[in-house]
Design a protein around this ligand. Sequence first.
Ligand code: COA
Length: 155
Amino acid sequence: MFASANPGKPCRPLGAAGAGRCAMLHASSFARGWSASEFEKLLTSSSVVADCIGDAPRFQGFVLSRIAADEAEILTVAVDSAARGQGLATTLLGRHLANLARKGAASVLLEVDDANRPALALYRRFGFRQVGRRPAYYAKADGSKGNALILKLEL
Ligand SMILES: CC(C)(COP(=O)(O)OP(=O)(O)OC[C@H]1O[C@@H](n2cnc3c(N)ncnc32)[C@H](O)[C@@H]1OP(=O)(O)O)[C@@H](O)C(=O)NCCC(=O)NCCS
């Protein structure tokens, strides 16, 4: 259904055992990190779908979504900074969207900083479209505020 840029890279479902690795990768990717126990809670929730990518034991990226009724929301996605720009997120998201569709999601929503060019390129590649905007939504490390775009994809 969704094209894979890295057909050789293994994607797999992510369980609670990956909470610590998610927390480390998340902390190095976002201004405000989530703790391992926050990830553990998410990864043990029956409404959360999580996938990761990387040849064991290297953990190169992950994506988490929550499904409610037939709507999914991508909660977070990150790829190790040393492995970015090689198509890993494209492979991972392709697999993840197919999983969400298989689990009954008819559409997917997410929020993204309007200055996050790699993330915007990633989502647009899959056909996400802007359905909303929240001005001055993100607090940045330098004290400025970033605008959030709300994007949606019909599966
Ligand atoms: C966003 C992120 C997951 C992309 O991961 P990635 O593995 O580098 O992405 P890919 O290599 O699959 O590339 C995806 C798209 O982004 C583009 N891209 C990658 N790096 C880029 C950069 N530095 N600047 C602009 N575009 C970039 C690619 O060209 C590709 O677009 P295309 O399909 O039109 O060619 C990664 O940059 C990341 O983890 N960022 C920090 C966390 C984050 O911002 N997550 C998203 C929150 S909403």
